[in-house]
Write a protein that binds this ligand. Sequence first.
Ligand code: SAJ
Length: 405
Amino acid sequence: MKVCVVGMGYIGLPTALMMASHGVDVVGVDYNAEKIETLNAGKVTFEEKGLTELFEAAVRAGISFETGYPRADMYVISVPTPYDRRSKKIDPSYVVSAVESVLKVCPKGAIVSIESTISPGTVDRFVRPALKRAGLASGIDVHLAHTPERIIPGNMVYELEHNSRTIGVDDAETGEAVKAVYSSFCRGDMVITDIRTAEMTKVVENTYRDINIAFANELARICRDGGMDVYEIIRIANMHPRVNILQPGPGVGGHCISVDPWFLVGDYPQDALLIHQARRINDGMPDFVLDRIETVMKINGIKDMGRVGLYGLTYKENVDDVRESPTLQLLERPLAHGIKVYDPWVKDDICDDQYHDLQSFLADIDLVVIMVGHKCLRDDLDVLKGKLVLDTRNICPNGLNIYKL
Ligand code: SAJ
């Protein structure tokens, strides 16, 4: 089988590499010529554990990268699904336009599978009509599938191989064909179901995590008010065999968990009440951190926001992705004006008062707010010695000068 993976981003690239390095004939396509040039020059386009080694194996196995769409037996669409911050609905235009391009070149009987996360109903509302417009019959000319990714940034390569997968299809035969491709590398279980169920399941998984984190964040607020240690309480509660509370933090970022629940709120506003409230709680965390910063400043007689520094710009530890990052959300607040920022994972200048050198950053501030617990900081906490610290990720041992969420 020849597989064309469309979209060489955070999900498409590792997926294409994984297939290619396990014997599938793969072409990676992206409309961004610069990205294709970089890949053809033998370099990966973002940092992720194990990605370089996987890339080298895929290149040895013969993967190719192009800007044009080739003929293939199966197309895996892995393009962004941005969402509109106002309406909270996804914008399926990249998916639809990729499908339209594929339909122009694909041979009769090809499988077109959408890997991008889409809101429940997207295939029915936007993808099937694209087939109709092209004069093609689903199930005869083209077989549709939805194979939502489930891998977690920071551990993508491992999870690609070991996670179970959901394969949404219209008929069992297509399901088996898709399963055969993923079986080349995936050791997890593969469940074949219908497309609508696959769409919904993916969104439900991320919504579950968002609600669990919101619960932890609400507990953090309650414990702050009541003078209790939220981390100790969660640690002990989690010893119960049926309790598994996640960790409070400065907010929920990334392009998945902070976005997907909105699809349900947007489409089912009357029903998705708990989901909506969880989103509000998590989106309110940057303000809670700002409150904590002001309290710590007051206790320690710091008057100038310019003496406060946020450690971490990415949405979570050990990745270089800043999408929907709680730090960026915090910096949007007028009160945060003047706060300094540093992140060893972010090489580009993306905001005001951003430092690229830890020592100069620390020299210019009195209060360090740990927004992201990157491993390099956890491994070298001594670097913060003598500083006031507000630790929103609970990576520092309790101590004098250490404040928590
Ligand atoms: N976070 C907390 N407390 C926690 C765990 C996470 O505050 O206990 C925060 C993180 O710091 C981050 C945000 O939540 O800001 C999301 O991070 P994450 O590590 O929970 O998840 P993502 O967005 O990197 O990846 C998720 C994963 N989904 C689930 O675990 C259910 C991944 O499996 C999905 O593939 C991915 O979304 C996706 O693309 O949908």
